[in-house]
Ligand binder design. Structure first.
Ligand code: XLS
Ligand code: MG
Length: 343
């Protein structure tokens, strides 16, 4: 498979059982080892981890036990010819974090969140991952009167500072999302993520991860969100997927809803040589109707879509584009692009 120098990743949660808020799992769980086989079969290079994907039940383990478990995972990865792209603290499932983690009103919960994030960094180091991802699932509110928005923003900065101080090397990529599970989240877009990073003690070590569905949920264009972060040298990872308008977070296969929107994400990444910068993460979910034995096609489809779109971006007649732009013939340009995508 010609991958044009790109490296691809996904998380173990992307092979899932199909439960939704209204119904139970529809497919049996697959073991982590079983999932590792899929990575290689489908041509992926790296695994994205939540801290407890790498070290289950880590809250009950000593620091030494955590390190040992992470070392064993690193061995397993290297035996499978894979690497770890990032580790993200899972701060949204523990009963303590019901009302937020870094932005909980209860100081004991905030202390737990920081402690857990430090453990995540230890795990990342043992796995050889260079990146921490901050998906701020419960940092927001259902009621705006419930939290002090100014204080909460400062708390997020303080949490980042504490982490940056705790580990002198790891970089942190903030993954913005405007809603879900919270009604309204504190860091909804790339702009918010970049501003937060810039307010820290070591801005050069804080960047962003752009997820397509999250941008769509914010009613923004994912390619523009990518461009904005790239312009500041801050796009350190992506979660490409798709989303059918402003609904629940769908994590559809990349390009499955809007091929042109997907094309523009790939075009912008490719024009800016993203393959030299970061990995292409595909944060996609199989449709709930998909039978268990067929429930990895969403990953294959997404990877193939990315590669097809790289080819289409590279074969686009750039001179014709320039001509249309020069004459402000944007309807002409529109047809050039549509025709190119339909060809
Ligand atoms: C959210 C992701 C999430 C992060 C990592 O979109 O699925 O798990 O990417 O925490
Ligand atoms: Mg994601």
């Amino acid at each position: 498979m010609e991958k044009f120098g790109y490296r691809f990743s996904f998380g173990p949660w992307n092979i899932h059982e199909g439960a939704d808020p209204f119904g139970p799992p529809v497919r049996p769980s697959r073991t982590f080892d079983d999932k590792l086989e899929v990575y290689k079969q489908l041509g992926f290079d790296a695994v994205q981890f939540h801290d407890d994907d790498a070290v289950p039940n880590l809250d009950e383990l000593s620091p030494a036990q955590i390190r040992a478990a992470a070392q064993a995972m690193r061995q397993k990865l290297s035996d499978a010819g894979l690497v770890a792209e990032f580790v993200a603290p899972r701060l949204w499932e523990d009963p303590r974090t019901t009302d937020g983690a870094f932005t909980a009103n209860d100081p004991a919960v905030r202390a737990y969140a920081i402690d857990r994030a430090k453990k995540t960094m230890d795990i990342a180091n043992e796995l050889g991952a260079e990146l921490i991802v901050w998906w701020l699932a419960r940092e927001g509110t259902y009621l705006r009167e419930a939290k002090d928005g100014v204080a909460m923003t400062h708390r997020l900065v303080e949490a980042l500072n504490t982490m940056l101080e705790y580990d002198p090397h790891l970089r942190i990529a903030i993954e913005p999302k405007p809603n879900e599970p919270m009604d309204i989240a504190y860091i909804p877009t790339m702009g918010h993520g970049l501003a937060l990073g810039n307010a820290t003690s070591q801005p050069e070590r804080v960047g962003v991860l752009m997820e397509s569905a999250h941008a769509v949920l914010a009613n923004l264009d994912p390619a523009d969100e990518i461009s904005f972060a790239l312009a500041f040298g801050k796009l350190w990872s992506v979660h490409l997927n798709d989303q059918n308008s402003l609904k629940y977070d769908q994590d559809r296969a990349f390009g499955a809803v809007d091929v042109r929107r997907a094309f523009n994400q790939v075009r912008v990444l490719d024009e800016n040589e993203y393959w030299k910068i970061g990995m292409v993460g595909l944060d996609v979910k199989a449709l709930r109707t998909q039978p268990a034995e067929l429930a990895t096609k969403h990953l294959a489809n997404s990877l193939n879509m990315f590669l097809r779109l790289v080819q289409l971006s590279r074969s686009l007649d750039r001179e014709a584009v320039a001509q249309f732009v020069a004459t402000r013939d944007y309807d002409g340009l529109d047809w050039l692009i549509l025709n190119h995508l339909l060809a």
